[in-house]
Design a protein around this ligand. Structure first.
Ligand SMILES: NC(=O)c1ccc[n+]([C@@H]2O[C@H](COP(=O)([O-])OP(=O)(O)OC[C@H]3O[C@@H](n4cnc5c(N)ncnc54)[C@H](OP(=O)(O)O)[C@@H]3O)[C@@H](O)[C@H]2O)c1
Length: 486
């Protein structure tokens, strides 16, 4: 027996395996960071040989991997570690067969890349077959998002998982946390001395977190109908970003200290009152419009979408973190499909100077803004006022800009590369802990309930290619603020 690790992928004929998992594993292998020896056991229902599966993955890697082109000899070596097992993850009879195939493979990482409705069955079957408890090596499981669809279902799934696995074996993936720029938020905050003294209610006026997508729902209409923007983006990615911005310095950069601090942020979130949801949240749905000069359909005309759908494709929220650092500072979150631009960023807007000595009224001077750009064009910028050259004392905002691409060159590793490697190496720091997931659902519960029961006033309420519904602008204007123009 050697110390090889084996990755077992359930749902290996799916989109995620093709577009993300295999390309990430290949890039790790090419970059010599994938621990060896290893095996990848792909499981799905369709009958095919390992040879056929390898051929499909060869195409997937060519189409989607960061590191290109796959050299034939290296690919052959990689592919020799890849095998396929036909079987239905719902069928308990599959698992003894997997057990047989895993004999002599002490370190096992199971990956649930199936529709979420199967996660519970897979966990139960792994438990029932004894595969959840390794004797000689490690046994871990990665669960894809979405983790539940509300607080109750997340609690149920956590409970079921806890009956089979220990929490330290469970890796709930949120690929946003694997992005280089997201990890850099913690480096920016905790490896630099100049920001931390300003990072509080004394100096920060408000924070805006934007995750804008220019694409529509594409082929995922049926999935999106059940999800909507709040479940798809806010409950996971955006609340994770909020935590990274708002959390206290962890004692060390290790899994539990980091995740404990994130949990404290969630526990400090001011509850949204069920009868005042409209004061804290705005929803929208796109109608037809133009994106990138192309005419595009409205949400209700997308394939797999009901013609009278009330699913939100846009959500904006105002949240408060009630603690000494952040009391009274609003965190505005907005996300949407078919917005004017694909852009994810966090903007920390600082307070204005208390008094302006220059002959220009303070209203006309822009406040300083620190922007962390997550995608595209990863980097950060700080906007400051400067004097324009000339005899008059005229002020103008200028931007100090840092771009990852320009400084470090090349493409940053894909989020899945980092996250897979961490799971293989047993580091869950960048994965969501079970209690965090429940806190996140609990925070949104009043909005989910309200939006689930009350039909929206008027859908569609924003044009594809715009920046969302007018109600979202009014939402900030009521606070004397504006969304950033991106
Ligand atoms: N795609 C992405 O980029 C992405 C991004 C983030 C999260 N995710 C999450 O990752 C998971 C996988 O996503 P995906 O897009 O790859 O899903 P998918 O293509 O819909 O499904 C993956 C595989 O699961 C198997 N499967 C589907 N229904 C089944 C059933 N009733 N019984 C047994 N097996 C079944 C299918 O394989 P066979 O029919 O061959 O058995 C299918 O190829 C989902 O939970 C998704 O939410 C995906």
């Amino acid at each position: 027996m050697d110390d090889r690790f084996t990755l077992v992928i359930f749902g290996a004929t799916g989109d995620l395996t093709k577009r993300k998992l295999l390309p990430a594993l290949w890039s790790l292998y090419q970059g010599r960071t994938l621990p060896e020896p290893f095996s990848i056991l792909a499981v799905a229902r369709g009958e095919m040989t390992s040879e056929t599966f390898r051929g499909r993955m060869r195409e997937a890697v060519a189409a989607f991997a960061r590191i290109q082109p796959p050299s034939e000899a290296v690919w052959e070596r990689f592919a020799s570690c890849l095998s396929y097992c036909a079987g239905d993850p719902k069928d308990p009879a599959l698992y003894p067969r997997l057990g047989k195939a895993l004999e002599g493979h002490p370190n096992r990482l199971f990956y649930c890349a199936t529709p979420p409705s199967l996660y519970a069955t897979i966990v139960t079957n792994l438990g029932g077959s004894g595969l959840a408890r390794g004797r000689d090596g490690f046994t871990r499981i990665i669960i894809e998002k979405p983790f539940g669809r509300d607080l109750e279902s997340a609690q149920e799934l956590n409970g079921l998982i806890a009956g089979v696995f220990r929490e330290r074996q469970v890796y709930r993936i949120d690929h946003y946390l694997g992005k280089e720029t997201v990890q850099n938020i913690l480096v920016l905050r905790f490896a630099n001395g100049i920001f931390e003294p300003l990072w509080n209610r004394e100096h920060v006026d408000h924070v805006q977190i934007t995750v804008g997508e220019s694409i529509g729902v594409e082929s995922r209409g049926p999935y999106y109908e059940e999800a909507g923007a709040l479940r798809d983006m806010v409950q996971n990615h955006m609340l994770q970003l909020l935590c990274l911005i708002a959390m206290e310095p962890p004692v060390t950069f290790d899994a539990d200290p980091v995740r404990d601090e994130k949990n404290k942020v969630m526990r400090a979130l001011k509850p949204i009152e069920p009868d005042a949801v409209d004061d804290s949240a705005v929803r929208g749905q796109y109608g037809p419009g133009y994106v990138g000069g192309q005419r595009v359909a409205g949400y209700r005309d997308e394939p797999g979408v009901r013609p009278d759908s009330t699913t939100e494709t846009y959500a904006a929220l105002k949240l408060f973190v009630q603690n000494w650092r952040w009391a009274g500072v609003p965190f505005y979150l907005r996300t949407g499909k078919r917005l004017a631009k694909r852009v994810s960023e966090i903007a920390i807007q600082f307070k204005r100077t208390p008094h302006l000595i220059f002959r220009r009224d303070a209203e006309g001077v822009d406040p300083n803004v620190l922007v962390l750009r997550i995608q595209p064009d990863e980097g950060m910028s700080l906007t400051v006022e400067a004097k324009t050259p000339g005899p008059d004392l005229r002020l103008r905002p200028v931007t100090m800009d840092f771009r990852y691409g320009a400084v470090f060159g090349g493409e940053p590793p894909e989020a899945y590369e980092r996250l897979l490697l961490d799971a293989i190496n047993g580091d869950p720091t960048l994965y969501a802990r079970g209690d965090w997931v429940e806190h996140a659902w609990a925070a949104l519960e009043p909005v989910l309930r309200r939006w689930g029961s009350d039909p929206p006033p008027k859908f569609p309420n924003y044009e594809a290619g715009s920046w969302g519904p007018p109600e979202a602008d009014a939402f900030l204007e009521r606070d004397g603020r504006k969304w950033r123009r991106l």
